[in-house]
Design a protein around this ligand. Structure first.
Ligand SMILES: [Zn+2]
Length: 1005
């Protein structure tokens, strides 16, 4: 039985052996002429194709990539869906095209089929007869190609032409079949390795760069050469006897012909500009050509770009192995950013990091040619990783830390998608970018962490040696990585490439054992001698992610480190140290993507005091009021003194502490304050507190946030508990949805602090359910918010009704608010609609009514400058506006009722902006606020019915930034108030039009 089973197993293994690697053989012969005025390159093309697959082919497909950059393409449709306008609106002659005509295959005319019509980036032909394995055929065709005036990887601008993916290009046939794939904004290219013989007829003064070597003709380098001391290295003889004849037939007057030749490349790129400046250099037998623009002399010229290109080549040669081609051309293209092509990088700048990234793609994409739309991480993640490694070797680390922390926040809130998806399957373009560049880069960094730097280097070299000039995929890379590292990496590859698992390891039990030996001294006495300690540590995996974890024991005089495999939920490791252990640290280098580092430490000596806020290390600092510190690996705890004033407690001093982890968790506050009675009329000397627990680690849930406040502040005490959920549909656009539930209990115990115009002497308990959505639509910024709930009011005698017959113990409270903003010429236009109601059978308590001027009193509860009688911003002589309610900013802030509808309108014009700091933006504004009280209880102060109340005026606004805090100052002048007797800023006998002012630290809405 056992033998039979073994045999079966062997057979199964043999059967699942992958078929031997093969790739198709392709040769292009292109003859093309550029007509500059129309921007059209017209040519004829012969493709020789050998079917080296084990399959019989019945169709043949070509990419016509330039047809993406025009209306009607799938690219444009994806742009429209994500709110981008690039090629969607282009008209003739601005959009790009690649038209193919008179196609003959095997000598027979064939008809084009566009399988993704109206997109025409793929054209398919039925073969006149099947192409058997190992058989060859020839295709011939004529075509016209024009780049678009809006650049994207390709483009044209006047006499400048960046030709990329410009000719009918053979679709890859691999083990998955024909890789017919339209071009989308997400995902790049995939090409068959081929030889290219390209004859070009261009204006005589053009300077050009291209894939391959110029066999004959003048690319214009000699004339453009800025460094006469360095003659141009053409590499004309690089291909030896395979070089096509130097046959550059005579061109028409004012024209020239250049013949280019390249082998073993899966694309042929081309760029022309009569004003290109040339500088050359070399690395071994690789010629370096740099082409830059007039004006670039100091940033590209004087050898700078040449040197940086050589620095990149040197690094990549060391990392992977010898460059596979005769030359590399680095040129300054029309578009910013950069794109890689075999033997050519088109860059928007000469920045070293960009050059290392794009030139790195000549290895990972060009020579190790992956399918870029299927496995973008294998080129973008790979080259981003090697670029960071390059910086590390010259002493500029940090690439890992920044990326890891950013990705972590996306993981925590469930926005991440795995790097292995097909490009157009991502939620949106930002998600695609994040997954393949950043998460892809982290994959390689994690792999290097697991196998070590030296092994990683050997993996890269083996991978290059084995797979250069071939198509690669995850399986190819993983096989090499496992073979070189002697590790089963299946779990790691699955988790990092095919999922977005969270990782969290914590220290469990810790036991320390002293190791002693017994020695017999010369007098025969037995001495027990300590030779060291062994610390046994339980490593607990609290999430599904599995990765090896370093476990360090910090002892008095030394540190011991071992690595836990991290595969089991609970794993014991032993760490020997020579001196007495003090502390255990998991993942001291923060390399495991562990989301919760606060459970990664434990004191062994127990002499350390227990600290509020977590077991982990705490970074304590003086909090500078406007910026809160945030750390990846520990809790921060800032503190600062506070001082404010109100008429009851007088000058009040306090001490506040704020904690934070990751800018997302443990955002707790503790504030203790003492009213000194100085300068007050009541001489109240209270000790108050405010404690907030926000987003505790234990309650982590995607997109969720929790707040629990307990407080005793200035005559009020109570509890607020709130749970919120917020999620944006896409990373960079689309609606943001939110929901919340809030339970608030506020009791009144000392009316001396309270403005009786804002508070009744009753306690309230209220539950509110909120929901909202905000989004952008065209130029509009739209928001809609609603809340629904109710509560009860009580006093010392019980429910308020028993003591105050006019006060309803149970009340309903709800509001709906919608706002819309958009630019309107040089103005910003904003409009808000509001309806609010708070009522039972009788009135709600004063603090729960709806206010004409702004926010209700309980909204100011946490603000010591607003919440109590005589506080700094709400004194008799100061007119403050807290946005909310009906928003009639010119109205008396005490004016409230049971129900209001309101309309607010603002027109703002920015008159000055600068990057940051105080007064970084100044604006002038005009506004009007109109409201209408509803119901019998809508009364003014004298008891008359209050229906319409409106204002209008002008304002001055300024935007400020101090530290991480952004705020505004807003002076509004409600020069018109429809009821001057109800204005915030009023004197006897005022008319509707008077000079009045209000101030605020917030936008009006
Ligand atoms: Zn890239």
């Amino acid at each position: 039985m056992i033998i039979a089973a073994l045999l079966l197993l062997q057979q199964a293994t043999a059967a699942s052996d992958p078929q031997p690697y093969w790739q198709q053989q392709v040769a292009y012969e292109i003859d093309a002429r550029l007509d500059e005025p129309t921007g059209v390159l017209s040519g004829t093309q012969r493709i020789r194709y050998q079917n080296r697959s084990p399959d019989t082919l019945r169709t043949f497909s070509l990419h016509l990539y330039l047809n993406a950059f025009r209306p009607g393409s799938r690219w444009s449709a994806a742009d429209s869906a994500e709110g981008r306008r690039r090629f969607n609106d282009l008209r003739d002659p601005d959009f790009a095209f690649n038209h193919v005509r008179n196609v003959r295959i095997m000598g027979t005319p064939v008809k084009p089929i566009y399988p993704f019509a109206p997109d025409s980036t793929i054209v398919r032909f039925v073969l006149p007869r099947p192409l058997l394995p190992q058989d060859s055929m020839t295709g011939e065709m004529e075509w016209d190609a024009r780049p678009s005036t809006v650049p994207r990887r390709q483009g044209r601008e006047g006499r400048r032409f960046d030709f990329a993916q410009w000719y009918p290009k053979v679709v890859v046939y691999d083990r998955y079949g024909w890789q017919e794939h339209p071009l989308y904004p997400a995902g790049e290219f995939y090409g068959e390795f081929a030889s290219f013989l390209v004859d070009l007829d261009v204006p005589a003064d053009q300077v050009m760069g291209a894939t391959g070597v110029p066999v004959c003709g003048d690319p214009g380098w000699e004339r453009a050469n800025q460094n006469r001391a360095r003659p141009v290295e053409y590499q004309r003889g690089y291909y030896g006897s395979r070089t096509p004849p130097a046959d550059c037939a005579a061109a028409a007057p004012g024209r020239k012909r250049i013949r280019w030749y390249a082998e073993d490349v899966h694309h042929f790129a081309l760029s022309l500009n009569p004003r290109y400046r040339y500088e050359g250099g070399g690395f071994g037998d690789v010629a370096v050509h740099v082409l830059y623009q007039p004006g670039d002399e100091n940033i590209w010229g004087n050898g700078v770009a040449v040197e940086r290109t050589i620095a990149a080549l040197t690094w990549l040669d060391r990392l992977f192995g010898k460059f596979a081609w005769p030359q590399i051309t680095n040129l300054h293209r029309i578009e910013g950013g950069g794109t890689e092509f075999p033997m050519m990088i088109m860059d928007g700048s000469a920045e070293q990091g960009l050059i290392v990234h794009e030139l790195g793609h000549n290895y990972t994409m060009g020579i190790l040619a992956n399918n870029e739309w299927r496995e973008g991480w294998l080129d973008e993640g790979f080259t981003s990783f090697q670029t960071d490694w390059f910086w590390e070797t010259i002493g500029r680390p940090g690439g890992y830390e920044d990326t890891e922390a950013g990705i972590l926040l996306l993981d925590i809130d469930d926005y991440s998608e795995p790097p292995s998806l097909v490009a157009e399957a991502y939620r949106d373009f930002s998600s695609y970018n994040t997954a393949i560049y950043s998460r892809g880069k982290l994959f390689f960094q994690q792999l290097r962490y697991i196998v070590g730097h030296d092994t990683m280097h050997r993996i890269l070299q083996t991978y290059y040696e084995r797979w250069k000039l071939k198509h690669v995929d995850e399986a190819a890379f993983r096989a090499v990585a496992e073979e070189v590292s002697h590790r089963d990496l299946s779990t790691f590859f699955a988790q990092w490439l095919h999922s977005t698992t969270l990782y969290d390891y914590s220290v469990g039990k810790v036991k320390t054992v002293r190791r002693t030996i017994s020695r017999v001294d010369s007098l025969g006495r037995v001495n027990r001698q300590t030779v060291g300690w062994v610390t046994r540590i339980e490593v607990v995996g609290k999430e599904k992610g599995r990765i090896p974890v370093e476990v360090a024991v910090v002892a008095e005089r030394d540190t011991g480190v071992v690595r836990a495999e991290g595969l089991a939920e609970r794993e014991w490791v032993e760490v020997p140290t020579r001196s007495k252990p003090k502390e255990v640290l998991l993942d001291p280098g923060v390399l495991t993507h562990d989301w919760n580092m606060l459970n990664n430490t434990k004191r062994v000596d127990r002499s350390f005091p227990w600290i509020f806020g977590g077991r982990g290390h705490v970074e304590r600092y003086f909090h500078p009021y406007f910026s809160t510190r945030s750390r990846r690996d520990k809790l921060t705890a800032g503190w600062h003194p506070t001082v404010w004033y109100n008429d009851a407690g007088g000058v009040t001093v306090g001490l506040r502490s704020l904690t934070d982890y990751l800018g997302r968790f443990e955002q707790n506050q503790a504030l203790i304050s003492v009213a000194q009675g100085w300068g007050s009329d009541e001489d109240v000397k209270d000790i108050d507190f405010f404690i907030r627990r926000r987003n505790p680690l234990a309650l982590r849930a995607p997109n969720a946030s929790q707040t629990l406040d307990g407080f005793k502040v200035e005559g009020r005490f109570g509890i607020t508990a709130e749970a919120e959920w917020t999620r944006r549909a896409h990373l960079s656009f689309g609606p943001t949805w939110s929901r919340s539930a809030t339970l608030q209990w506020v009791a009144v115990d000392d009316v001396r602090y309270l403005d009786t115009g804002l508070y009744d002497d009753v306690g309230t308990v209220e539950l509110q359910l909120g929901s909202g959505v905000s989004t952008e639509s065209g130029d509009w910024q739209l928001a809609l918010r609603s809340s629904l709930g109710g509560g009860l009011a009580y006093n010392k005698d019980g429910l308020a009704a028993s003591g105050r017959p006019d006060l309803d113990p149970f009340y309903f409270r709800g509001s709906v608010e919608g706002s819309a903003r958009r630019p309107l010429g040089s103005f910003d236009f904003g409009v808000r609609l509001y309806a609010g109601v708070a009522s039972g059978d009788q009135e709600a308590a004063k603090q729960r009514q709806i206010y004409f001027q702004g926010a209700d009193p309980l909204r100011q509860l946490t603000n010591p400058f607003l919440r109590s009688r005589g506080a700094l911003l709400v004194r008799d002589d100061f007119h403050y506006h807290s946005p909310g309610g009906a928003g009639v900013r010119g109205a008396d802030p005490h004016l409230s009722t049971a129900a209001i509808v309101a309309f607010n309108l603002e027109l703002e014009r920015t008159v000055m902006t600068r990057p940051s700091g105080l007064f970084h933006r100044m604006a002038l504004a005009a506004f009007t606020d109109l409201s209408h009280g509803i119901g019998g209880s809508s009364r003014d102060f004298s008891g008359g019915r209050l229906r319409f109340l409106g204002d209008a005026g002008l304002g001055i606004r300024a935007g400020h930034r101090i530290g991480d805090t952004e705020f505004s100052t807003r002076f509004d002048f409600p020069l018109y108030v429809s009821r001057p007797d109800l204005a915030q800023d009023r004197d006897q006998g005022d008319s509707e039009i008077e000079f009045r002012w209000t101030f605020s630290f917030d936008e009006a809405f």
